[in-house]
Each structure stands twice: as structure tokens, then as C-alpha cells.
Design a protein around this ligand. Structure first.
Ligand code: AQP
Length: 327
């Protein structure tokens, strides 16, 4: 059975972008793949996090994984910091990656832009991400389009290690949705929807109340025309809303274009809001049930135990090949 690994940072309130770009595929892949899904808390601290907020946000993201439909009987769900092999292989990968490769990363450029002091961890982030994936010898990595560049580095590092030290790693492939690989901000379609954007109106959070969702969609920026047409180059705002609609209502882009032919933005936005509310309501109910059940810690502990078996075995192989003395 092919292996799948992916993670999400507890760096804010998860958005529809995270759901459509990544989590929906987590749920899909768990049925016929051996899956490892983790909350990447070690990645989240590459930008400053307030400890109490990090703690709460980490549990929220883990509960949202389950609420979205990940079944702990089918997939291992765990916290990155509970499997220490991530930090250890992360360091080994840091010694293999080149400065020039890291300097090209757009995420580093975006997140460090205009900041006076930037932690070195933000720069070396792709080395830790490579470790995350390679520890499990994952064949597939379900991610949104923004993570493609980091995945390329992972592939390069897998090749580099195998060539220098002997065959160890599978070279992983990205698994990216055809529609919705990059959901854009509601207030600016040139930027991706992001959980750490300080403007709450820029994104729809998975735990937003129905009325908040309605308000955010009614205020979402559109062009001055009225045609519902999928044309990302000339109508990026409407095309983005159509991608969201397509996922939440399970309609193709062509079906949406036909449904709103000649109707204008008003009815489209109204129906879109109800489609999003309808798609998120069951997830929100399951989230509340999971939080009140008290089962989360047990599920995460079991997930970490399962993950550690594979991760420690890989780490042992890597260290042996690199020449470290066995304890
Ligand atoms: N706008 C998006 N459209 C589609 N997919 C997206 N993802 C993120 N934003 C979008 C996918 O969600 C997963 C989680 O990513 P992450 O938490 O590791 O960090 P990120 O990619 O940097 O996502 P955010 O929401 O923008 O987080 P912050 O604001 O903390 O940086 C990934 O698979 C990502 O592709």
C-alpha cells in the first residue's frame, strides 16, 4: 500500500484554503493508502507564537483533522513534536541542503519581507519539511499549490542523500487538487488565502459562525462586471469564488457557469454563502463533539506511537549510512 504524509501548521485558524487545498485530499486518500497526518507544531514556531495560543491552536487543528473526516482507525494522526525523529532528521537535512536552494523559496521571501529580525528556522523550514516526508518514505504528499516549491527541495534532498550515502529514501510526488489548489484571499485575489493573515475578512475560517461566513462572502471583492465566468487571468476574484463554490456544492465549474448564466453576482454570492455554511456545519458539529469527548489526547498519543515505529526505523538507517556510531 502506498504511503501518504502531510501536515498543517497550528499557526492560526484553519481556512477554507487549507481544507480545499489539503484536508479534503487527506480524507480521500485514507481509504486506500497508509496515511500519516500531523499537526506541524515545530514548523509553527518558525514565526513567533504565544505559548498559550500555540497550545490551544494545536489541539484545535488536531480536532479539525478528525472533524473533517480523518478516521484514526485508518490514518495515524499525531503532533510533530511528539515524534522526536522529526527534529533529528531535520538537523541532518539542514546539513545537506544548500543556502542557494533555501534563498529561492518564495515562502521565506514572503514571510521575512519587511521584518527586522527573522528566525533562522524560517530559513531552514524546507529541511525540516523534507525530514517530515522522508521519515515515512511517503510516496504521495497531498498539499496545496503553495507547497510545491518545498516539495521540490524534498525530492532533491532524497536524490542527493541516496546518491551520496546509498539508497534510503523514496522520492515523493505532490498530490495537488485540480480545482482549488490555490484558494485566494477574499479581499485581494493576488494573495493566497492564509490563516496567518491578520485581516479576518480575507479568509473563511473552518469554525466561523454561519452569519460571519455570509457577511464575509457578501463583502468579498469582485470586479465591476456581472458575468459568472471562470477566467483566472481576467476575473481572478470571481474565479476564486467559483472554485470555492465548486468544492462546497460539489458542482463542476461548467455547471456553475450554466446555473448563473445572465444572473449576476448577487444570487451567485447568496447561494455560495449557503453552500459554504452547509458544507461547514456538519464539520463544526463534529468538532464540538470531539472537543467535548476528551478523546483527543489518547488519539494523538496512539498516532505518535504508530508514527514513531516507522520514523525511528528510517532514522536508524539514515544515521548508519551517514557513519554515526550505533549506541
Ligand atoms: N490558499 C490556499 N489554497 C489551497 N491550499 C492551501 N494551503 C494553504 N493555503 C492554501 C495548503 O494547506 C496546507 C497547510 O499549510 P501550512 O499550515 O503548512 O502552511 P501554509 O501552506 O503556509 O498555509 P497558510 O494557511 O498560509 O498558513 P500560514 O499563514 O501559517 O503560513 C498546505 O498543504 C498548503 O498547501
Amino acid at each position: 500500500m502506498k504511503r501518504v504524509l502531510s501536515g498543517i501548521q497550528p499557526s492560526g485558524n484553519l481556512t477554507l484554503g487549507n481544507y480545499i487545498g489539503a484536508m479534503k485530499n487527506f480524507v480521500k486518500l485514507q481509504h486506500d493508502h497508509q496515511c500519516y497526518f500531523m499537526v506541524v507544531d515545530l514548523h509553527a514556531i518558525t514565526v513567533p507564537q504565544e505559548p498559550a495560543a500555540l497550545h490551544e491552536q494545536t489541539e484545535t487543528v488536531a480536532a479539525l483533522f478528525l472533524a473533517a473526516g480523518i478516521d484514526p482507525a485508518k490514518a495515524s494522526v499525531f503532533l510533530q513534536s511528539h515524534v522526536s525523529a522529526h527534529a533529528e532528521l531535520g538537523w541532518l537535512m539542514t546539513t545537506l541542503v544548500y543556502m542557494g536552494e533555501l534563498e529561492r523559496m518564495t515562502q521565506f521571501k514572503d514571510k521575512s519581507e519587511g521584518k527586522e529580525s527573522v528566525g533562522a528556522g524560517l530559513f531552514t523550514y524546507p529541511a525540516l519539511m523534507a525530514a517530515d516526508i522522508l521519515l515515512y518514505n511517503a510516496d504521495l504528499v497531498p498539499v496545496g499549490d503553495d507547497q510545491k516549491q518545498h516539495l521540490e527541495i524534498t525530492r532533491d534532498l532524497a536524490h542527493r542523500f541516496n546518491k551520496r550515502f546509498g539508497e534510503q529514501f523514496i522520492v515523493p510526488e505532490p498530490y495537488i487538487p485540480q480545482v482549488g489548489a490555490r484558494i485566494m484571499s477574499l479581499d485581494d485575489a493576488s494573495k493566497k488565502m492564509s490563516k496567518s493573515n491578520p485581516n479576518p475578512g480575507s479568509s473563511i475560517a473552518l469554525l466561523d459562525e454561519p452569519d460571519v461566513i455570509r457577511k464575509k462572502i457578501s463583502r468579498a471583492v469582485t470586479d465591476s462586471g456581472r458575468e459568472i465566468k471562470y477566467d483566472p487571468a481576467n476575473k481572478p476574484e470571481v474565479s476564486n469564488l467559483m472554485s470555492i463554490y465548486s468544492h462546497c456544492a460539489d458542482l463542476s465549474i461548467a455547471e456553475i457557469e450554466a446555473k448563473y448564466d445572465g444572473l449576476g453576482y448577487g444570487p451567485f454570492k447568496k447561494d455560495l454563502a449557503e453552500a459554504v455554511v452547509g458544507a461547514l456545519e456538519p464539520l463544526q458539529q463534529r468538532y464540538r463533539d470531539i472537543r467535548s469527548s476528551g478523546e483527543l489526547r489518547t488519539i494523538l498519543r496512539q498516532g505518535a506511537e504508530q508514527a514513531s515505529v516507522i520514523a525511528n526505523e528510517t532514522l536508524r538507517g539514515v544515521k548508519e549510512k551517514m557513519g554515526f556510531v550505533k549506541p
